[in-house]
Design a protein around this ligand. Structure first.
Ligand SMILES: Nc1ncnc2c1ncn2[C@@H]1O[C@H](COP(=O)(O)OP(=O)(O)OP(=O)(O)O)[C@@H](O)[C@H]1O
Length: 266
């Protein structure tokens, strides 16, 4: 692969207690692209995601971020990294007792010494970016599921991150709202040049946004490449993964795959 690599994972094994859940996982994540980690439930996507954001130690194998081996990082390097990343968790993870604006302001209050008036302006800018202008005073409970995700995204963007990590952007959203969120991720990448790492089991969403994708199965990588390369992959387990969704939807498999790629080309 040519181009600038933001994150490299090599030979990562991961365990919960004595149970191994990731086996020899390797990946190259290019800068300024959207990299999608796909796979069915339990395949290890979230575990890999947790390693990449530093929520889980790496007992065996290596992760390099900007060419630095994170195994050598101490708490100050991790703190610096955490200021450079934004994370949107599956449920938005908003503080329900705070307004939307206070939620978005939280990282700025914790990590910067900026005066309140400047923080207020920045909060309004982030809400504007995600299409929630003027909703700063609302409580999370007053928002729809899609709006809560957007508010979570505004909070993830508060510190102008270089890396944006998104866990299951489509979960719990109707297809139209999910597509809107995907479009937002695409426009953020284009406008801000962020490196975006997305975990999802939603094929349609994955093919809509990915520059590169990786399919995981039972803790191992089945395939990785561009969406077109994944579509052409003839590994039976990859075919099964791609086609199962079609079968679930009761669609003709070839028509379904064609539709996925048409989504990608739009
Ligand atoms: N905290 C934990 N303790 C023990 N086992 C865990 C823990 N979290 C995940 N696992 C196990 O690790 C394996 C990988 O889980 P992981 O959550 O990474 O998969 P996933 O592909 O993200 O699944 P999902 O889409 O359901 O979130 C699964 O077998 C899961 O049961």
């Amino acid at each position: 692969m040519t181009g600038d690599i933001a994150i490299e994972v090599k030979g990562l094994n991961s365990f919960y207690g004595t149970r191994q859940v990731l086996y020899d996982v390797s990946a190259l994540i290019p800068r300024h692209e959207i990299f999608v980690i796909m796979g069915i439930s339990g395949s290890g996507k979230t575990t890999l995601f947790r390693h990449l954001i530093g929520l889980k130690e790496t007992p065996s194998g290596c992760i390099w971020i900007d060419g630095e081996d994170v195994g050598r990082w101490g708490s100050s390097e991790w703190n610096n990294y955490h200021k450079r990343i934004g994370v949107l968790f599956q449920n938005g993870a908003l503080f329900n007792s705070l307004t939307v604006g206070e939620n978005v302001a939280t990282p700025l209050r914790v990590h910067t010494g900026l005066p309140g008036e400047i923080i207020d302006i920045m909060v309004e800018m982030k809400l504007h970016m995600v299409g929630l202008s003027g909703l700063s005073g609302f409580m999370p409970s007053q928002l729809s599921g899609g709006m809560r995700k957007r508010a979570g995204l505004a909070r993830a963007l508060a510190m102008d991150p270089e890396f944006l990590f998104v866990d299951e952007p489509s979960s719990g959203l109707d297809p139209i709202t999910a597509a809107g969120l995907d479009e937002l991720l695409l426009s953020l990448k284009a406008a801000l040049g962020m490196t975006v790492i997305v975990v999802t089991h939603e094929l349609e969403s994955a093919f809509r946004i990915a520059d590169r994708m990786m399919v995981m199965d039972r803790g191992r990588i089945l395939a990785s490449g561009t969406p077109d390369e994944i579509r052409r992959n003839d590994n039976p387990r990859v075919r099964q993964f791609l086609e199962r969704r079609a079968e679930e939807a009761g669609e003709d498999v070839e028509a379904y795959l064609e539709r996925l790629c048409a989504v990608r080309r739009r």
